[in-house]
Ligand binder design. Structure first.
Ligand code: AMP
Length: 209
């Protein structure tokens, strides 16, 4: 299965990706996580990406194409793609490289988004996300690494990331809907409630094939 994960920042894509990936044994490709790794390793891609990420902007398509092609090449059998495409140009380019079976569109009420993001903690080792208000903890439950915060998870940068999402990323919904590939998931509620909806959607989709 080649599944895309779509939704605004704070929709819970990373959290749900972790659960889907464990249940179905699919590798989780997160373009945001790949950029953060490049930034940490101070690669050329990382140096360019940092300038955009810290302003809440999208990294240039050329940079993203480079990052994505290298990663997709490793997983011909299937993957869960999180954070790409984010523009119509990226959606079209992706189609030249590979064919997604479907895209899960996780949507949440806008007022939840900022709250979720400013309370987010991230594992620097595996990338797993936690909410410090709902589940206070210091270390990752999977690997024991000390949790950190993301530099772009401030209220001010979230506003900018949301603007970018509404302007540049949302048009992709119509693109995949037209192809009959978009599955809408209500992202409001607890992690398990949302995951239950995803499991049901995947089951229904499988039955139809
Ligand atoms: P994420 O971890 O998915 O929230 O991504 C963090 C940041 O990485 C985004 O705000 C963008 O600056 C950058 N980024 C991740 N994926 C893409 C992409 N497909 N196109 C452009 N920029 C991206």
């Amino acid at each position: 299965m080649k599944i895309g994960l779509f939704g605004p920042p704070g929709a819970g894509k990373g959290t749900q990706a972790d659960k889907i990936s464990k249940l179905y044994g699919l590798p989780h490709i997160s373009t945001g996580a790949l950029l953060r790794k490049n930034i940490e390793e101070k690669t050329q891609v990382g140096l360019v990406a940092l300038k955009y990420i810290e302003r809440g902007m999208l990294a240039p398509d050329e940079v993203m194409t480079q990052v994505l092609k290298a990663e997709l090449g490793k997983y011909a059998d299937g993957f869960l793609l999180d954070g790409y495409p984010r523009t119509l140009a990226q959606a079209e380019l992706l189609e030249d490289i590979t064919d997604l079976d479907f895209v899960l569109n996780i949507d949440v009420d806008p007022e939840l988004i900022t709250d979720r993001i400013v309370n987010r903690l991230v594992c620097p080792v595996c990338g797993k996300n936690y909410n410090k208000r709902l589940y206070p903890r210091d270390v990752c439950e999977d690997d024991g690494a000390k949790l950190t915060t993301r530099k772009d998870d401030t209220e001010e940068i979230v506003k900018q990331r949301l603007n970018v999402y509404f302007k540049e990323t949302m048009p992709i919904i119509a693109y995949y809907k037209q192809k009959g590939k978009m599955i809408d998931i209500d992202g409001n509620g607890s992690i398990d409630e949302v995951f239950g909806r995803i499991e049901k959607a995947l089951y229904d989709h499988d039955k139809k094939r």
